[in-house]
Design a binder for this molecule. Structure first.
Ligand code: CU
Length: 121
């Protein structure tokens, strides 16, 4: 009886440890996937990716990884606006999207650069 109990305790502990590990892993994964930031490259006169779906409150990080070109990112809409200003090569600019909807982000320097952002719940 006693040894059965002890074994039970031991099993219980290891299950508990496994569950703790799973929860920790879940939290870490959730943090990595949930909050972003999602990287948007600005290179060769393109946003890449050119189309992205995120959840409300998540962050896009615009990264000018072009060798020597200035870039820019702005959004003008009824519900939500931002403007990065000039972005030097190597610079980053973070934007949180707080409002649901579909948006088109543009570069004021290269008119053909377009990024579609779908913000969902
Ligand atoms: Cu540009």
């Amino acid at each position: 009886m006693q040894s059965w109990l002890l074994r039970g305790v031991r099993v219980g502990k290891s299950v508990g440890a496994l569950m703790t590990a799973a929860i920790v892993a879940g939290v870490l994964t959730g943090a990595a996937l949930g909050a972003g930031p999602y990287l948007i490259s600005q290179k060769d006169r393109e946003f890449s990716p050119g189309d992205i779906a995120i959840k409300r409150g998540e962050t896009l990080r615009f990264f000018n990884d072009d060798g020597e070109l200035l870039h820019h990112a702005y959004l003008s809409s009824d519900t939500f606006n931002f403007d990065s200003g000039d972005q030097q090569p190597g610079s980053k600019f973070d934007v949180i999207f707080p409002v649901l909807g579909d948006y088109m982000v543009l570069c004021g320097i290269h008119p053909k650069m377009k990024l579609i952002v779908h913000v969902t719940n």
